[in-house]
Write a protein that binds this ligand. Structure first.
Ligand SMILES: *[C@@H]1O[C@H](CO)[C@@H](O)[C@H](O)[C@H]1NC(C)=O
Ligand SMILES: *[C@@H]1O[C@H](CO)[C@@H](O)[C@H](O)[C@H]1NC(C)=O
Length: 449
């Protein structure tokens, strides 16, 4: 008996720390941030006359189905099922308490008819369309003032047929700013998962003035030469969690933003509490970006476990004179990058202005940026950190970073470029500029600011 008690005790003593370490090793995810809802009330878009032949225009069916969800208000909300097939439609609005569910083989495809595309007001934090003055084309799938919205399914596709828009951009015949593929404004409790986004006319997924947004298990695809097809742009939004996704587009994969120059400063809506993890992708522009529109401020961003292939810039923090705002407490860690033009870039001279009314004295503050555990192969240029003379970037902390040049032919890694920056560096190869103090004596990359 005594021996039994003893062995139970021993077992307890041995397993508790073991279980603890298991718990620590558990994969962290976004789930729980917004509860997944299973809805009992289900309708199919085909009940409203939709035909998935790729030719029939189904705008009315989508609008009527969503009108039914909005006005019948079944408790627990309603699931709108999109069966296999190709459903051509014009842009449409979502409503609260709904799940848009795309079956395996379901495609919601945007019309190429750009002439009848609805226009909406510019975002107050931008003051005008991002590309053209005045209003802007409504996103293909749109929502304003919503909550409890889920877009999911069995990896069906939302296809923007963006080429017609990219060509208008190339030929400079755009009258207004191109539509996003999905934009949700002033909304909360949103889940976007298990969907493929393809050929967006402009940015793919744009949550703006939103909170509690989870985006996971998505695939976002657009050709590398498609203009401005950013993957996911959390903009003046809080508590956004993006994970386990593959993004390959013609512009930044994920870019955290918060408004543009004097309009963004006046609107004053920051982005904070943004988590980005386990993203793989490629693009001629940036992998993980903050900016360049950061006039409302961006803080508390964590990006980790990021794998980037055939990239322009691996990690890019960007702002400009006249932008105001701040970029604060940004952590990027555990990044693998391969075949990239530049590994890390933090710059104060990026992006254009909405108009000439911007205030040249509105200088951005960049403070507290930690980049650690980065491994790069075939990196043409390791990095540059170029602050502003009258607003130097401070608390920049680089640690455990290895950025190798091409191995065949073996090229010496190009040097870092820095100006108007202060901070620390530890175990960085090639060694960055003298503006960053070596902290090998203290061991940690200290980031007091
Ligand atoms: C969709 O929403 C936009 C912006 O909120 C609004 O201007 C438009 O009238 C709505 N369209 C329909 C068909 O309800
Ligand atoms: C959908 O794609 C994700 C990856 O993006 C994958 O994890 C998941 O298993 C797929 N789901 C189905 C039903 O095929």
């Amino acid at each position: 008996m005594q021996r039994l008690v003893f062995s139970i005790l021993l077992c307890f003593v041995v397993t508790v720390p073991f279980l603890n370490s298991l718990a620590l090793a558990e994969v962290v995810t976004c789930s729980g941030m917004v509860p997944m809802k299973y809805r009992n009330d289900k309708i199919s878009v085909t009940d409203f006359g939709a035909v998935g032949d790729g030719r029939t225009l189904n705008t009315k069916a989508f609008q009527e189905a969503i009108y039914r969800i909005e006005h019948l208000r079944r408790s627990g909300g309603t699931l709108l099922y999109i069966p296999p097939g190709v459903y051509l439609t014009e842009s449409f609005n979502l409503t609260s308490h709904m799940t848009l569910y795309l079956a395996r083989g379901a495609v919601i495809r945007a019309t190429k008819d750009t002439k009848n595309w609805p226009l909406i007001a510019p975002l107050p934090s931008y003051g005008r369309g991002r590309e053209r003055p005045g209003g802007r084309y409504m996103s293909f799938i749109h929502g304003d003032g919503l909550h409890d919205v889920i877009i999911t399914g069995e990896n069906g596709t939302i296809d923007g047929q963006g080429e017609v828009w990219w060509n208008m951009w190339r030929q400079r015949t755009l009258q207004f700013t191109r539509p996003n593929l999905i934009e949700l404004m002033n909304s909360r409790s949103i889940i976007i998962s298990n969907v493929i986004f393809k050929n967006s006319p402009f940015w793919n997924i744009h949550p703006v003035y939103c909170s509690n947004v989870v985006i996971r298990y998505v695939t976002i695809l657009a050709p590398p030469d498609s203009p401005n097809t950013d993957g996911i742009d959390p903009d003046s939004s809080t508590h956004v969690c993006i994970e386990d996704s593959y993004i390959s587009t013609g512009d930044d994969l994920v870019a955290v933003k918060s408004g543009w120059d004097e309009y963004g400063i006046a609107y004053g809506r920051p982005s904070h509490g943004i988590t980005i993890r386990r993203i793989t992708g490629s693009s001629p522009f940036a992998g993980i970006a903050v900016g360049s529109e950061t006039s409302g401020g961006v803080q508390d961003v964590l990006a980790e476990h990021i794998s980037l292939f055939n990239m322009g810039v691996g990690i890019h923090l960007k702002t400009n004179i006249g932008r105001g705002g701040f970029i604060r407490n940004i952590t990027v860690s555990n990044v693998y990058m391969e075949n990239v033009r530049k590994g890390i870039k933090i710059a104060g001279d990026v992006g254009d202005h909405p108009d000439d009314k911007f205030n040249p004295n509105a200088l951005p503050v960049v403070k507290g940026v930690t980049i650690k555990n980065v491994w790069g192969e075939k990196v043409q240029q390791p990095g540059s950190i170029q602050g502003l003379k009258n607003s130097p970037f401070t608390g920049i902390c680089l640690s455990n970073i290895n950025l190798h040049g091409a191995t065949r032919p073996k090229t010496a890694a190009a040097p870092w470029k820095c100006s108007d920056v202060s901070g620390t560096a530890l175990l960085v190869s090639p060694w960055p500029c003298s503006e960053l103090a070596n902290t090998h004596t203290t061991g940690e990359c200290s980031n007091t600011f």
